[in-house]
Design a protein around this ligand. Structure first.
Ligand code: GDP
Length: 183
């Protein structure tokens, strides 16, 4: 089955987003404490795809050693990713582009791993500011590294924004995946 990986800096809102997408509140635990999702979890959704919950990166208060361990988990996953069709990189809509996210996306690109960006916590900003931040973000990406901006989604887990968009995207990629498999 096709897999979709969810990854981002600790506290970006990944657990909340996963809960919103799956509507199974018990699935991924949320907490106000950063760095809590520590292992790779696979969740089977609708019997036709896997949601892969990767550990949060870039949490300042973990030791160097556990940072290395996290990185190893993450790179191992991507290197063995036979069924991975797309990765969602989560970024907080309120923040400027962060070097750690840029480096990570560059690494995905270099390894030929398709990704989209999911902007989180959109309820915290006014629509005009959301637009401005999104465009600033994508512009910075295309200035620095990328020829083309990636697909992106604007979401809020507390206001249930962006859920249908992300799920329809996954559905359409799944359709393609299964069509190619048959062919
Ligand atoms: P994770 O560490 O990336 O899994 O982040 P969590 O899902 O645990 O969320 C981190 C913090 O951000 C928690 O306090 C959440 O309540 C808050 N949060 C997550 N998503 C949203 C959102 O869409 N809107 C708002 N306002 N807060 C959010």
């Amino acid at each position: 089955l096709p897999e979709y990986a969810f990854i981002g800096r600790s506290n970006v809102g990944k657990s909340s987003l996963i809960n919103m997408l799956t509507e199974r509140k018990h699935l991924a635990k949320t907490s106000g404490r950063p760095g809590k999702t520590q292992l790779i979890n696979h969740f089977k959704i609708n019997d036709n795809w896997f949601l892969v919950d990767l550990p949060g990166y870039g949490y300042a208060r973990v030791s160097k050693k556990s940072k290395k361990t996290f990185q190893k988990y993450i790179t191992n996953y991507f290197e063995q990713r036979e069924q991975l069709v797309c990765s969602f990189v989560l970024v907080d809509i309120r923040h400027e582009p962060q070097p750690i996210d840029m480096e990570f996306m560059q690494w995905l690109g270099e390894n030929g791993i398709p990704f989209c960006i999911i902007f989180t916590k959109a309820d915290k900003l006014k629509p005009a500011v959301i637009m401005k931040n999104v465009h600033g973000y994508l512009q910075k990406m295309t200035e620095d590294i990328w020829e083309e901006a990636p697909d992106y989604f604007v979401t809020s887990s507390s206001k249930a924004i962006g859920r249908d968009e992300v799920l329809s995207f996954i559905d359409s990629v799944n359709e393609e995946f299964f069509a190619n498999k048959k062919a």
